[in-house]
Design a binder for this molecule. Sequence first.
Ligand SMILES: Cc1ncc(COP(=O)(O)O)c(C=O)c1O
Length: 388
Amino acid sequence: MKRATRLVNFDSFCQNKDTDSPHTINPPIYRGSTVLFKNFADFTLATSGKHQGITYGTDRMPTQRAFEEAVRELEGGALTRAFQSGISAIINTFLAFTSSGDHILVCDNAYGPTVRYCTHILEKFNIQTTFIPPAAGKDIHEFLQDNTKLIFLESPGSNTFEIQDIPAITSLATTREIVTVLDNTWATPLYLDPFALGINISIQSATKYLIGHSDILMGTVTTDEKHADILQEYYRTTETYAPEEDCYTALRGLRTLPLRLGQHERSALEIARWLESLPQVGDVIHPALPSHPQHRIWQRDFTGSSGLFAFTFAEEQPSEKLAAFIDSLQLFGIGYSWGGFRSLITAARYNRSQASEYAGKTVIRLNIGLEDPADIMNDLKSSFESMA
Ligand SMILES: Cc1ncc(COP(=O)(O)O)c(C=O)c1O
């Protein structure tokens, strides 16, 4: 059965159809901290950690379990756990899989708060980070140390879109028993299969495409078989959980992921190709365009592209002109995050520790939503004209 069919149907396979309670097409939301045991014998089993059922609100209520199971299936992994945001999923992965005295590698183009967590917090616990080039591949061997325990990748990076050579990195990591983690939010498991490329742990900021409606923050961590026990035990010990209502909404978004992502992909590509033809535009930074520096790696490893990409101006613009361009857009919201139905725009300069071809340039990032692409292009066209 294809993934789109499984996503629509997967919990009808899990529901117990033998009970008398109504079978709503979506799983019901359970609200509660206390969960009552049938009898004292079950309570005693729970106290000794042997009870099979749900013991408490933090023990993952049914809708959370349904959402996790849907993501696990989509990822093709062994175990999925939901966290209250994407950054929470990332932070908790670092905490679960590293210890004091470890060294980790993190790609330099990772999401800003991921980088900040390494330099501001992990450092305090004697976990040292080395940032590796945004398009790293087998050259990462230069950065490895005897105590390197984890490699964190984000490919493409969600601001400047460099792509790492994941198979080259994972094959090196495997020989040294280094855990590899991928923030795969841009491609989602539909367009890049992390486990097939040797990644051990796959992360989604579900806030973006999985949920797709910009109304919930959520993150997921999915592991391969070898790392499932560590995540399970960590999650149980920290008593982390994700709110049931949020899991319900997340599950609803997930049903339409293939449909939405396909539309984001088509619109973004059409707009990116059109932007490439404009004299006002410098680089269009979209991995599926042949002009992208790692396009060949994208072609090899990915099966599609999503709706987030960027461009630079042919000539760097003074800040008033940049503001005029952005403020005159009618269809783009100015705001963080991406993956939702509405088009969004941000602009920033990135000065990173590693060399980047976009250093000193303003990178305009577009989240292409579900509007008609012709309207989006008209909107951008008018803004280019108003800037002139
Ligand atoms: C690539 C990437 N990973 C993780 C996150 C964090 O996700 P959240 O906003 O759910 O904390 C973001 C947020 O923008 C992101 O762009």
